[in-house]
Structures are given as structure tokens and as C-alpha cells.
Design a protein around this ligand. Sequence first.
Ligand code: NAD
Length: 422
Amino acid sequence: MTEHDGYQFFKVIQAYLDTAAEKVGLPMHLREMLAQPKNELIVNFPVRMDDGRMQLFKGYRIQHNNLLGPYKGGLRFHPEVSLDDFKALATMMTWKCSLMGIPFGGAKGGVKCNPWELSPDELMRVARRFTHSLGNNIGPHFDIPAPDVGTNAQVMVWIMDTYMNTVDHTAKNAQRAVVTGKTVTCGGSHGRAQATSQGVVHCITEWAKDNRFDLEGKTAIVQGFGNVGSNAALILGKLGVSTVAVGDHTGYLRTTEGFNPHKLREHVRRRGGVEGYEGGEAITRDDFFAQEADIFIPAAIENQVGTKEANALQVKLIAEGANGPLNPEGEAVCAERGIEVIPDLLANSGGVTVSYYEWVQNLRSETWELEEVNGRLERTMKGRYQRVQQYAREHDLSLRIAAYAIALENIGQAFKERGIFP
Ligand code: NAD
């Protein structure tokens, strides 16, 4: 397995910034400012566990930049998170929102914990205590969290409810927009749960159209079978693409007939991972990466595809559902081998796009129909995909650096127009 410890994710993201900043001639003072987050918050908070013990947890919220709008970004509950990981992920959110033309800045945060080992009640108490510790460092017009690895719509609802209870009771209902990715009953948007994966698939269909590649009857492999991975498999299935290998933190599986994504997702919900699912044969992580297929969707965590994995891959296209799944060495091998990569900044931006729709709906007390949400998302994703492709062609750049360059041009222009106060 690619070693997570010691991987300098933030340095990797900063190197992409440097390369793109060079290409667009971003002034040095702005490069220096954007290289570091504006605010880095760490909180330590106690939680009462089911057995009565008090356990101390460490939580983070990194606010990278709010030039274009309120800070925005997910909350990750995972045992292997670090300050630098959150700095990397927060920075990516700034570029992602800028690339997509969404009036948000970038943030990320979460709690160092193992959500798969917490009971539902413990998970709730961690979420509530963490929210309380963050206090007014989050807010509907300041910093708006969303789900990420280890968190989901239910966690967002607990956060919303906790936050609401910390303000004056007359202002409670105005706080609904403090988080996005909530359940629809509690103010979430139709289509948000599937939005990230739907966006990934819009990129894949645009790629297929441009390359005259008929998706019907084709195959995919998916790493991570949580929100993004399972929904991607489901949506691809509707286009006739079958998922022939999957894997997560519990193990890896293969089947020649293609998985039933509904059944596999049900198994994951019950058992916490794909391991033990009867509809597939257990394989090793190495077998997974060597599995022949047309498309690979990494939808787990960063730094999963290094030199070894990239050399093993037998696919034509990688669409990054996860943030940073390819490390730079892995990406270089893919480029040499002619495996096209649709980068995270673009491919997984459907999530924050529909989060923005949710925020707008909350602020206006509106509920949009699923068709409206999906229609807007499709136009945005396809439009941005074509813009990144065009920019990459015109400037002879990889899609990743083209996506960064567009994001930087936009933010650079905003900075030029605003300047600094006073
Ligand atoms: P999730 O918690 O629902 O699923 C995460 C999956 O990753 C699980 O299947 C888990 O088993 C797997 N995983 C965790 N550690 C692993 C490891 N070491 N090896 C293999 N698998 C591992 O999270 P999610 O929301 O689906 O997020 C997945 C990725 O997508 C993350 O990189 C996240 O940042 C990115 N992303 C998510 C959203 C969103 O809307 N949820 C939006 C944009 C990007």
C-alpha cells in the first residue's frame, strides 16, 4: 500500500500552485499570500463515550482564502488526518470554487478519529462537541462546512442543529445555511448526495463524446465505496458501464459480471466496508490496480496512485472523484503511458457546486426540484470541462495545471481589482 505517513500532500498542492502561477504570471506577492491559509484553527475537546469514559479529540478547521466569498469546504473524520492534509485540502477548495465560478472561498477541517469504530451516538457527540468548539469560527456567511470522508448528511444535520442552538432563539432558523450536504428534510438540496459523482460522470461523458468513445458495455474500477464511489458506480451503471472491481479500507473485490451497486452499497452500510460481500471475489490491492477496465474512479483518499499503481493500471481514463488520489510520480507515469486524467479540481467539483445551490436555497427559503438542480449542474460541469480542455490545448498544459491556471487567473483578477485594506 502506498505509504500515507510522510506524504507531504500540502507541498504537492503548493507545487501545482507554483507551476500554474508561473504559467499565468501571477505576481509574487499574491503567490506568497495564496501559498498559506489565512487561518489555521486546532481545537481539543472532550467527548463522553458509550462506556462513560471522557475521550479527548483533536479537531481542525483551516480557512485558506475568502477573497471570492465565504470559506467553504468539507469536514473529514479519519484516523490519519493531519494539519498539513487539511491545509492541502482547504487550498484545493479555493481553486475549485474559483475554477467553477462559485462565490465561495476555500476551507477544510475535521476530526482525527476513526468513524468506523464509533457508535452512532458517539459519532453524534463528536460532531456536536466539535461544532461547539468551533463556535463562531463557522457561520452561514463566514465558513460553511459540508460532508467529506467519514461524515455524511446526518452528521451535517447534527452540526446544523448544534450551531442553531448556540444563537439567539429568534435567529435560529436563519442559521440553516451553516452547513451544506444536509438531509433534504432538514434543508438539504435534492441531488446533493449524488452531486459529486454526477459531476464526475458528466466529465466522463464529455470525455467520451470528444473521443468518440461509446460508454455502453464498458467497464470501470472504483476505489472507495462511500458517498462518491458508490454513487459513481450507480450512475455509470445507468449509462451501461459496469463496475468490475472495487475496494476500500477493508479490502478489494472483483467480479466479471459487474457489481450490483445497490446491493454492495447496502452491504457497506451494514458492515462498514466492502469486505465480506458475497457478490465478488476477494483480491489484493495490487490485483485491483492491475484489473483491466476502461475507466478508473479513485474515490477514497489522497496518495493512492504512485509509480507502482500507475504502472499496473490497465485503463484508458482516470476521473478523480477523490481529492489528490494521484501523487505527482503516479501522474507522470500515467502521462507517459497515455492514460488521461480528469483532475480532482474539475472532476469532483459537482459536490461544491450543488452545495452552493443548497446554500442559495436556504438563504432564499426555497426548495428547487431535482430536475432544476441536475440541469444546472450538468450545464456547469460540461461548460467547465470544455473550458479546461480548451485552455489546456491552447497553452499546451495538462488538464490539472490548466484547471489551476484558470482558477488562479480568476482569483488574481479579483485581487487586482480589490487590493488590500487599508
Ligand atoms: P466517504 O467517507 O463516504 O467514503 C470514503 C471511502 O474511502 C470509503 O469507502 C472508505 O472505506 C475509503 N477509504 C478510506 N480510507 C481508505 C484507504 N486507506 N484505502 C482505501 N480506501 C479508503 O467519503 P466521500 O465523501 O465519498 O469522499 C471520498 C473522496 O471524495 C475524498 O477524497 C473526498 O475528499 C472526495 N470528495 C468528496 C465530496 C463529497 O461531496 N462527499 C466532494 C468532493 C470530493
